[in-house]
Design a protein. Structure first.
Length: 282
C-alpha cells in the first residue's frame, strides 16, 4: 500500500463471513481502518465485535444489499459523510450453487449474476468518486479459479465469475490513466460457509493435489497481493502456471479430471441423470 499519513480506509463488500471476514481481520491487524458491508446486520455486528476484540481497532459496519441501486447509493453517501474517501475497495460478495446445465434453476443463476457480477458493477460505479479522492486508489475483485479451470456443474457460478473477470479487465485499462489500480484475486477451493455442503459432494469433486484452504490462509495471500498492488493473483500462487495453461487449453483440465478421479465421466453422467429425474420440468 502507498504511504499516507492516515490509516487506509478499506471497504470490504461481503465482509461479514468467509474470505471477506478473514481479509478484514488481517487488514485491521496491520493498521487499516476497515468497513464491513453485507446484507445482514446481525452478522455484520458479530463480525465487527470479533475483529475489534482480536485487533483492538474499531470496525465500521453498514448493512446494504449491493444488488439494489438505492442501497448502494446510500452506502456511498454514508462513506462520504463518515470518512470522506475510500482507499481500497474489496468486492468479496458471492453466492454459490451447483447444477448440470440441463437442470439449472434459472432464478438461482440470475441471483448469481446479480450478486457476483452486477453487485460489483453497481458498487464500483457508486464508490469511484470516493476512490479518486484517495492517494492509494485500489480496487480488488475476488473472482475464482473456476474461471480458468471450470469443472462440470459450475454452470451458474463460473459464468458469473467469468463476467466479473471481463468487467475487471476492461475497467483496469479505463482506470489506469487515473492512477487507480484494479486487481483480480482468483482463489481455488476455500472452506467457507459458501461451499459447505457442496465440497466433496458428487458435483464438487476436488482432484488430487488441489488443496482446500482455510479462509485465513487465503486471506494472507490476498492481503499480500493488496500490499504489493498485484494485478492478477491465483490462490494458492503455485497454481498460477496451471491456471494459465488450463485457460489456454481447457481440454487439458478436462483430461486431468478424467485421469485423477476414477470413473469421472460415469460420475458426471450419474449426477446429471439424478438431477434430471429430481428436477421438475422448467
Amino acid at each position: 500500500m502507498r504511504a499516507q499519513t492516515e490509516s487506509p480506509i478499506v471497504v470490504i463488500i461481503g465482509g461479514s463471513g468467509g474470505i471477506g471476514r478473514a481479509v478484514t481481520a488481517q487488514l485491521a491487524e496491520q493498521g487499516a481502518h476497515v468497513v464491513l458491508v453485507a446484507r445482514g446486520k446481525p452478522a455484520l455486528e458479530e463480525a465487527a465485535v470479533e475483529i475489534e476484540r482480536r485487533t483492538g481497532r474499531k470496525t465500521g459496519v453498514y448493512a446494504a444489499d449491493c444488488t439494489e441501486a438505492p442501497e448502494v447509493t446510500g452506502l456511498a453517501r454514508w462513506l462520504a459523510q463518515t470518512y470522506g474517501r475510500v482507499d481500497i475497495l474489496v468486492y468479496a460478495a458471492a453466492v454459490f450453487s451447483l447444477a448440470p446445465a440441463e437442470s439449472l434453476d434459472v432464478e438461482e443463476a440470475k441471483q448469481a449474476m446479480e450478486i457476483n457480477y452486477w453487485g460489483a458493477v453497481r458498487t464500483t460505479q457508486a464508490l469511484l468518486p470516493l476512490i479518486r479522492r484517495s492517494q492509494v486508489r485500489c480496487i480488488y475483485y475476488v473472482s475464482s479459479l473456476s474461471v480458468q479451470c471450470t469443472p462440470a456443474f459450475f454452470t451458474a457460478y463460473a459464468a458469473s465469475k467469468h463476467a466479473l473477470r471481463g468487467f475487471a479487465l476492461a475497467l483496469r485499462q479505463e482506470l489506469r490513466p487515473q492512477g487507480i489500480h484494479v486487481g483480480i484475486l482468483s482463489p481455488g477451493p476455500v472452506l467457507t460457509p459458501l461451499i459447505e455442503g457442496h465440497i466433496h459432494s458428487g458435483m464438487y469433486r476436488v482432484p488430487p493435489g488441489v488443496p482446500v484452504l482455510r479462509p485465513e490462509a487465503a486471506a494472507r495471500q490476498i492481503v499480500r497481493a493488496i500490499q504489493k498492488r498485484r494485478t492478477d493473483v491465483t490462490i494458492p500462487r503455485r497454481f498460477a502456471p496451471a491456471a494459465r495453461i488450463s485457460h489456454m487449453f481447457p481440454r487439458l483440465m478436462e483430461a486431468y479430471y478424467r485421469l485423477t478421479i476414477r470413473d469421472w465421466d460415469k460420475l458426471v453422467l450419474e449426477q446429471t441423470d439424478r438431477q434430471r429425474d429430481s428436477t421438475p420440468h422448467r
